[in-house]
Design a protein around this ligand. Structure first.
Ligand code: BEZ
Length: 183
């Protein structure tokens, strides 16, 4: 009896745990969960669903970490460079979320010049990316759970397309130019 319970618990950990390689994250057609995010400072809370509901067509990118080389030099700049083309394709809002605190996200946005182009959203405890099933264990490198690198096209808070880097941190299918070709 106890053996069976342990077996079941182990299976649950394998399925729900960060090490399982699976693709059960939020799917096309699903409504975004309503989880508070922060923008600018910890006291400025934003409801994820309200943010994306108000904007007809939005792109949300998730990144492993503010100020990390790949995110700072390649991934987020690809969306800054493509901002005019994204607008032309009817994207009203581009937002970036990371498991970092709001002050770090603000400073990162200032360093990259995202103002007016990309909303820099903080998910300090990772509740939002966990709810999307897009968190991974990055304790060995970045000290905590982080967001897999992803991009999502969202219309009225419903996921229309989703791209997730298969190794969590690579920069291939989530680059702006790849997304643009598919819009
Ligand atoms: C990056 O450069 O984007 C990166 C570095 C370490 C861990 C994850 C991402």
């Amino acid at each position: 009896m106890i053996g069976k319970a342990v077996q079941q618990a182990t299976r649950l950990i394998q399925v729900r745990g960060f090490h399982a390689s699976r693709a059960h994250y939020i799917a096309v057609g699903e409504l975004l969960p309503n989880i508070p995010l922060q923008e600018g400072s910890p006291s400025k809370e934003i409801s994820s669903r309200d943010l994306f509901k108000r904007n007809k067509r939005a792109l949300l990118i998730g990144v492993p970490g503010a100020f990390t080389p790949g995110c700072s030099k390649t991934h987020v700049p690809s969306y800054l460079d493509s901002h005019p083309q994204l607008k032309q394709k009817g994207v009203d809002l581009v937002a970036c979320v990371s498991v970092n605190d709001a002050f770090v996200m603000k400073a990162w946005g200032e360093s990259l010049g995202t103002e007016g182009k990309i909303r820099m959203l903080a998910d300090p405890k990772g509740d939002f990316v966990k709810a999307l099933d897009l968190a991974f264990d990055a304790t060995g490198v970045l000290g905590s759970i982080r967001s897999k690198r992803f991009a999502m096209l969202i219309e009225d808070a419903v996921v229309k397309k989703i791209y997730v880097e298969p190794d969590n941190t690579g920069i291939t299918c989530t680059l702006a130019r790849t997304i643009l070709e598919d819009l």
